[in-house]
Design a protein around this ligand. Structure first.
Ligand code: C2E
Ligand code: CA
Ligand code: CA
Ligand code: CA
Length: 281
């Protein structure tokens, strides 16, 4: 039994060491990526389900790794958060999104941009509080606060409620609206909707995906639209992959939509081309 125990222990520490060294390697690479500016933003169009018009875009970060190619955020955001690197990365996202927005507005595009913000960027003790980063990025690029949106996941509201509340109020006092992302996945109570300064709810794509075949998912989507509207919130349906999803959400009176059926996340230049194509068919 003792030998088996030791083997188990050795096995365990070996795999743990591997995980730790892999993490450390990614952390180190992330630090370099920040210095070498290896990040890029893709933008996924958000449309009005009523008119089909593109009203905005969500900024989604990618890491353009010199050897490994394009790396998606699910592979590095969590590590960046745990390594304390999400603040500089998040600051870059806000600044880059505002720079791109300035260009779009100069080209006559009537469009807004939403940035994803992690709860670890919302610490009141940060060297540069996020509200100051946002305020400056808006000012430098001469952008109206109503053109910028901040997306925060439902689960990150629970991380440190008091601090989140204060930070979200600070951001909102600038005139920047708050979107609650991935709604329905965070196990939060409905009282969060009442207490937090939320303007828009994004219905998680897992419910949209299930809504066509699964009665429970469909009921949930319908209930979320009703709750949202009764609280005077706007709703975005995420992960619209088919015309069926699109038509269904539209029939429920869901305000906005995004998903592969409308467009995948694309580079700024492609978004510009898409908007010009729509403006001058
Ligand atoms: P999210 O905020 O929920 O973003 C939506 C994700 O769903 C994106 O994945 C997008 O490409 C994908 N998506 C959009 N439409 C569809 C669809 O029709 N079907 C399917 N299956 N997927 C769709 P992505 O870009 O890989 O981003 C993953 C997550 O990484 C994001 O989820 C967000 O939580 C996080 N993230 C992205 N950019 C940032 C950032 O700048 N900062 C932070 N803190 N997190 C970010
Ligand atoms: Ca989001
Ligand atoms: Ca989402
Ligand atoms: Ca998500």
């Amino acid at each position: 039994a003792k030998a088996a125990g030791r083997n188990t222990f050795q096995f365990f520490t070996k795999s743990m060491n591997e995980t730790v060294s892999r993490r450390m390697h990614i952390e180190q690479a992330l630090r370099q990526a920040i210095k070498r500016q290896e990040f890029i933003l893709h933008y996924q169009p958000v449309v009005s389900l009523d008119t089909g018009e593109i009203i905005g875009a969500e900024a989604l970060i990618r890491w353009q790794h010199p050897d490994k190619g394009l790396i998606y955020p699910d592979s590095f955001i969590e590590i960046a958060e745990e390594a304390g690197l999400i603040e500089p990365i998040g600051q870059w996202v806000i600044e880059q999104a505002c720079t791109d927005l300035r260009l779009w507005h100069d080209l006559g595009m009537k469009i807004q941009v939403a940035v994803n913000v992690s709860s670890r960027q919302c610490k009141q003790t940060s060297q540069t509080p996020i509200k100051d980063i946002i305020k400056k990025a808006l000012k430098v690029n001469n952008i109206s606060p109503s053109s910028l949106k901040v997306e925060i996941t439902e689960s990150s509201l629970m991380d440190n409620s008091e601090e989140m509340m204060t930070t979200l109020q600070d951001i909102r006092s600038l005139g920047v609206a708050i979107y609650m992302d991935d709604f329905g996945t965070g196990y939060s109570s409905l009282s969060y909707l009442k207490h937090f300064p939320i303007d828009v709810m994004k219905i998680d794509r897992s419910f949209i995906a299930g809504s066509i075949d699964d009665k429970t998912d469909a009921s949930l989507v319908e209930a979320v639209v009703l709750i949202g509207h009764s609280l005077s919130l706007k709703l975005v349906g995420e992960g619209i992959e088919t015309k069926q999803h699109y038509d269904y959400l539209r029939s429920l009176g869901c305000d906005y939509g995004q998903g592969y059926f409308i467009s995948k996340p694309i580079e700024s230049t492609a978004l510009i081309a898409l908007c010009q194509h729509v403006d001058n068919p």
